[in-house]
Design a protein around this ligand. Structure first.
Ligand code: AMP
Length: 568
């Protein structure tokens, strides 16, 4: 496919807000794409170059893109900057200058892709100059519409308002003319979350074969299994029959991928690679009885002064990339291992929980770095309650109750894993905190004016949409207000992001891109005609910034409906 033709599709996608129409356009793109470049087409449509877990970062800031446009079209940098301020978008700015220099271009998607990869991969001395040169040359080789997109991709601004899920819908549409096969494709995506690879496989093998042959791979993170909620141990017994009760640790969910002599990598629940956070893992082999393994763990910091487990905030200090040796001195690390997904070339995800735990026991030797999570098998609800009390009294978050015969299935479906964080006596309160997407914010008055924020608007996921559930203006410390202001300024959006569904009375002073997730506590969930989620939070307060989550991992409207059922 010619890149200029792909750009015409992108232009149409940008102008469309109907999800169905977007799905149809995408399925048309896939039909017309050649099998040898359909994966590249897919990544570019999502504004990236690689699957999510293998992100190639461009390191091209807006200032640099202004230089690129200036060099490409021989216009003074100040002038480009002014035009950018006027148009509010670098893509439109590049297109504006390219139009004056109107031309056609025959470059293929693959050629443009390769040149973008070259720019992104360039590092080290002189790389800034080479990146600018590479991009400005690329721009002058392309038509004006293509310039719009080529300017947006490196600065991370090609946002067409859909994500991986819509790509899967479009593949179903391509084969059947509807979305009836999407859920099957989602299962494949849970195992290998690479839409590029999946589009390619569907084009080559069709959907059924793709789903049949997909296998998890060491080095490619799987989407994690998550815990649902139920009202009480009694209800758990009724739904889950025989269970295993495990302590719930409050750290960072991590998947460890290990290949002896080759690599050890870690990924967060949203598929970001975090291997640099845990240099201690070079020694992991000493505790393993295998050559290859994928482990599901909770990583928790250890306060080196008190030798006790650190809280979430302290654990997260390891994310800092500067002064890492200082951080490591203060905060050690321990991995609480609770599941095993692949061992020595064999996938274990279709084995039962008990079989996996048995395999785990044979795989992990005693030591400091890896600790096997304890478990108790029971059919008795009283045992769940007493274990819950014990864990809470020991300062843990609660328990995770797991059905003994469950396979490893990504997401929160079925009653396979259930979490319990509040003792039953307190079940009148909201049974859990809620992870919301920050959608926008409004200026404050008085003291708040100094912080730049009076309140922020928070929302839940509903399919691809993000719907409001609350405004939060109290319950933040001064430091949290300042921190929030700093973070939100960076993700401000000129227009309301396409995914947002907001009642006109709640429109904030500033929109932000759906990139920040916050954990909120509240007293109660009530019905609400004002919030598009249909519900509101009473007395919401900020618990913490969830840097380990992104918008697509926020709480969903369906989960809220379940939580309401748990409220007395
Ligand atoms: P939540 O984030 O509240 O949905 O709770 C589920 C999370 O609890 C998982 O994603 C893990 O990060 C964490 N967790 C802590 N201990 C365990 C455990 N024993 N089994 C599974 N998940 C655990």
């Amino acid at each position: 496919m010619k890149f200029s033709d792909l750009s015409k599709y992108v232009d149409r996608l940008e102008k469309t807000s109907s999800r169905l129409k977007i799905t149809e356009i995408l399925s048309d793109v896939f039909k017309k794409s050649d099998i040898n470049e359909i994966d590249r087409v897919t990544y570019l449509l999502l504004g990236r170059l690689k699957p999510r877990y293998d992100e190639l970062v461009f390191n091209v800031a807006e200032k640099m893109m202004i230089q690129v446009i200036s060099d490409a079209y021989g216009v003074d940098k100040e002038k480009v900057h002014k035009k950018y301020k006027q148009l509010g978008d670098l893509g439109d700015t590049a297109e504006h200058y390219a139009q004056k220099d109107a031309k056609k271009s025959d470059m293929s998607v693959s050629e443009v892709y390769e040149r973008l990869v070259k720019v992104a991969e360039d590092e080290g001395e002189g790389s800034v100059e080479r990146k600018v040169k590479g991009l400005s040359k690329l721009m002058t080789d392309l038509d004006s519409l293509s310039n719009r997109f080529v300017a947006r991709i490196p600065v991370g601004k090609l946002r067409l308002g859909f994500s991986d899920k819509t790509i899967l819908d479009a593949l179903s549409w391509m084969e059947t003319g509807d979305k009836s096969r999407s859920s099957q494709l989602e299962k494949a995506f849970f195992i290998v979350p690479d839409v590029g690879q999946i589009t390619k496989s569907v084009k080559r093998n069709g959907i059924s074969k793709t789903v049949e042959i997909i296998e998890p791979v060491v080095g490619v993170p799987l989407l994690p299994m998550l815990a649902a909620r139920l009202k009480s141990p009694a209800e758990m017994m009724e739904k889950m029959k025989e269970v295993s009760v495990e302590p719930k640790y409050d750290g960072l969910r991590i998947q460890i991928h290990y290949k002896k002599g080759k690599f050890v990598k870690t990924y967060t629940r949203n598929l970001n690679e975090t291997s640099w956070m845990f240099p201690e893992l070079v020694d992991i082999g000493k505790q393993l009885v295998c050559d290859e393994v994928v482990l599901d763990v909770e990583a928790i910091g250890v306060d080196e002064k008190t030798k006790t487990l650190a809280n979430f905030q302290q654990t997260m200090t390891r994310r800092r990339k500067h002064d890492i040796s200082e951080t490591l001195k203060n905060t050690g690390i321990r991995f609480y291992v609770f599941d095993i997904l692949i061992k020595d070339g064999i996938s274990l995800i279709n084995k039962t929980y008990l079989e996996r735990r048995q395999e785990l026991a044979k795989t992990v030797k005693k030591g400091d770095l890896l600790q096997l999570v304890n478990y108790t098998i029971t059919k008795d609800e009283n045992i769940i309650s007493s274990l819950m009390k014990k864990e809470l009294s020991e300062g843990l978050e609660g328990v995770i109750v797991k059905r003994v015969d469950s396979k490893y299935v990504a997401g929160r479906t079925g009653w396979r894993w259930v979490k319990m964080k509040e003792p039953e006596e307190q079940a009148g309160k909201l049974a859990d905190t809620i992870d919301c997407v920050v959608m926008g914010y409004s200026r404050g008055r008085g003291k708040r004016a100094d912080f730049g924020i009076g309140h922020f608007l928070a929302g839940l996921l509903d399919g691809e949409k993000i719907k409001t559930i609350t405004k939060v203006g109290t319950g933040l410390t001064d430091d949290q207000f300042r921190e929030l202001n700093k973070r939100l300024k960076k993700i401000k959006s000129k227009e309301k992001p396409k995914r947002y569904d907001v009642h006109k009375d709640l429109v904030p002073d500033f929109w932000v891109e759906p990139e920040l997730v916050v954990e909120l506590a509240a007293d109660e969930i009530t019905k609400s005609p004002n919030h598009t989620a249909g519900y509101a939070l009473r007395f919401p307060r900020l618990v913490k910034f969830r840097d380990d989550k992104e918008a697509d991992q926020a709480t969903t409207v369906t989960e809220i409906i379940q939580l309401i059922k748990l409220q007395k």
